[in-house]
Ligand binder design. Structure first.
Ligand code: ADP
Ligand code: ZN
Length: 225
């Protein structure tokens, strides 16, 4: 299966992703994560990227498209993938389609999480991340057992540098202007699955996704017969 998952910042893409990749035995590819890894390495490119991410802006299509292309070319993507954070605008969506078409492949589903603005803002400014194991917490919704420390590995939790109120609002605006139009793009292709992103438990979000994917899959396979 080949999926993309989209939604406003903090709509829960990153938390629901592991359930999806396990269910369909596919790889999770997060462009935001890839950028943050490059920043952590402290390369020249990383420094450039940090400036962009800290302002809540989007990285250029050229750079992002190329990074995704190289990643998808690797053997471990053969079984399918869940692209998280890409495409983020119509041009990237078209780039992905062209890339897949060239390989004789196509995208199966575009999952779109839909969430309310007030929930998104709280999730963003309250988000705390474990830099060792990657687990996310939230000071409003899902606190760790011991304040400021990861339950799983005891590491000190940190706030992402782009998770401030000002940046959160900028990212949300960019989402509405640049990313939201891809929903229509995928709807017209008949592969859009809209899912409620307001739920508290990522597992419940996953169950909704699974149900919709399997129902649509069945419908499509019947049509083909
Ligand atoms: P969130 O899920 O919280 O919105 P991500 O981790 O997906 O954040 O992305 C963090 C940042 O990385 C974005 O704000 C943007 O600057 C950059 N980024 C990630 N994916 C893309 C993309 N496909 N195109 C351009 N910039 C991107
Ligand atoms: Zn941890």
């Amino acid at each position: 299966m080949r999926f993309i998952i989209t939604g406003p910042p903090a709509s829960g893409k990153g938390s629901v992703a592991p359930f999806i990749t396990k269910e369909y035995n596919i790889l999770h590819i997060s462009t935001g994560q890839m950028f943050r890894e490059e920043i952590k390495k402290g390369t020249a490119l990383g420094l450039e990227l940090k400036k962009i991410l800290d302002q809540g802006h989007l990285v250029s299509d050229e750079l992002t498209d190329e990074m995704v292309r190289q990643r998808l070319n690797q053997d471990d993507c053969k079984n399918g993938f869940l692209l998280d954070g890409f495409p983020r605008n119509i041009n990237q969506a078209k780039y992905l389609d062209a890339y897949l078409e060239e390989k004789g492949l196509k995208l199966d589903f575009a999952i779109a999480l839909v969430a309310d603005k007030d929930i998104i803002i709280k999730r963003l400014i309250g988000r705390r991340v474990c830099q060792t194991c990657g687990k996310n917490y939230n000071i409003y919704f899902t606190q760790p057992k011991k304040e400021g420390v990861c339950d799983l590995c005891n590491t000190k939790l940190v706030k992402r540098s782009d998770d401030t109120l000002e940046i959160a609002e900028a990212r949300l605006q960019i989402y509405n202007e640049e990313t939201a139009p891809i929903l229509k793009y995928y709807e017209e292709k008949g592969i859009l699955l809209k899912v409620d992103g307001n739920l508290k438990e990522s597992y419940d979000t996953f169950l909704q996704i699974k149900e919709k994917v399997n129902a649509k899959w069945l419908l499509l396979s019947q049509k083909e017969k």
